[in-house]
Write a protein that binds this ligand. Structure first.
Ligand code: SF4
Length: 373
């Protein structure tokens, strides 16, 4: 906890959030001279310089979220295959620092913001349940604009969410993280419907590109703890980053996963390759310079406007990982997130919609529509 508290230079609490349990907890954890109650954001929003973006990770701002919490996963666009689920963003910005982070493409608030009104999000979920979806297989993910767990010892939001989802056993709650912060919820009673997922990369890439994150072995160790407490697991080998020794390093990563976990423990794993918005390139270069494979990558614009490796490179990397897993056990299953149907066909020889075991990852209406064409 001390390490987390030390990360932040100052905590600003909007006066409308003062009564929240989050504000009360932060006031207990942080020394008085590092907490202020404010009537308005102390720093104005606007385009951030690279320096301001880096500093925004060290200033905490607690305020209620005034809009709708729920929106659809941004991957569900025409021409892209992606797991179709609901995203609950309870904050904006991340305390860790990956060179490729897509937050660099759009964050314009100079502080790491955590929303104090998680209760309102739960009320929206209740309404969704009352609208007839309680018995349906809804998936809710929390790691899009903030890491699901890296700040969880401060917020304890995982405990509230796990408790809430006990009443919705048909629904799935997914945490997605590059941290190893799981101890705070391990003993929470749960309905077996919580997936804790990790983005994983070889340790060489963690050190070079994923600054401030847990090491690979810390992530795998945390995953082991979760299995031991009945939580479901998922790994995302994403983003795969090309570098001269990529075969050795990704091969070793697959071997380690296959040695420590079983296909039954990891029913769904995704792979994805480096992709980022063109507008974040300048900030990435300024923040991470030449000492990064990401800033030096040769990329091409895809149909969604993002920059990616050449399709042949991506396919070679995905095929390599898939074959390496299957050399251990043909029961390992992987899906390719944010990839075109062409890539699926070349790598897996099929469309995601044609694989029966993929159906529960996709909106049934989308699956039916795809199968009808
Ligand atoms: S952990 Fe995720 S959100 Fe945080 S810096 Fe890395 S990519 Fe961005």
């Amino acid at each position: 906890m001390q390490e987390l508290v030390a990360k932040f230079e100052h905590v600003y609490i909007d006066q409308t959030a003062v009564g929240s349990s989050l504000a009360r907890r932060l006031r207990e954890l942080f020394p008085d001279d590092r907490v202020s109650v404010v009537e308005a954001p102390p720093l104005a929003a606007g385009e951030l310089s690279a320096r301001e973006f880096s500093r925004s990770k060290r200033l905490l701002y607690v305020t209620p979220f005034k809009g709708k919490f729920f929106k659809r996963c941004p991957g569900s666009r025409p021409g892209l295959s992606c797991c179709n689920y609901f995203v609950l963003n309870w904050g904006l910005q991340c305390d860790m620092n990956c060179s490729y982070c897509y937050l660099q493409s759009f964050i314009n608030t100079p502080m790491l913001t955590i929303y104090s009104n998680l209760d309102d999000a739960l009320n929206e979920l209740r309404e969704i349940g009352e609208a007839g979806l309680k018995a349906q297989a809804l998936r809710v993910g929390t790691g899009e604009t903030v890491d699901s767990l890296s700040l969880d010892p401060l917020t304890l939001y995982s405990q509230t969410l796990i408790e809430f989802f006990r009443d919705y056993p048909a629904w799935t709650l997914e945490f997605k993280t590059k941290s190893n912060k799981v101890d705070q919820f391990l003993n929470s009673p749960h309905a077996g419907n919580v997936v804790v997922s990790w983005s994983v990369n070889p340790q060489h890439i963690v050190e070079r590109e994923e600054h401030g994150t847990a090491s690979l072995s810390e992530r795998l160790e945390a995953a082991h703890k979760c299995v031991g407490h009945g939580y479901r697991l998922a790994f995302h080998i994403d983003p795969m980053i090309w570098h001269p020794e990529w075969r050795e390093n990704y091969g070793a990563l697959v071997d380690e996963i296959a040695a420590r976990f079983t296909p039954e423990q990891l029913p769904y794993m995704s792979v994805g390759a480096l992709r980022f918005q063109p507008e974040q390139r300048a900030m990435m270069r300024e923040r991470f310079g030449l000492n990064s494979y990401v800033t030096q990558a040769e990329t091409f614009s895809g149909r969604d406007g993002k920059l990616r490796y050449d399709a042949a490179v991506r396919q070679e990397m995905f095929q390599f990982v898939l074959q390496r897993f299957h050399a251990h056990n043909p029961a390992w299953r992987l899906f390719m997130c944010m990839e075109s149907p062409e890539t699926w066909l070349k790598v897996a020889g099929t469309s995601p919609f044609k694989q029966p075991h993929m159906h529960d990852l996709f909106d049934p209406k989308v699956v039916r529509a795809a199968e009808a064409t």
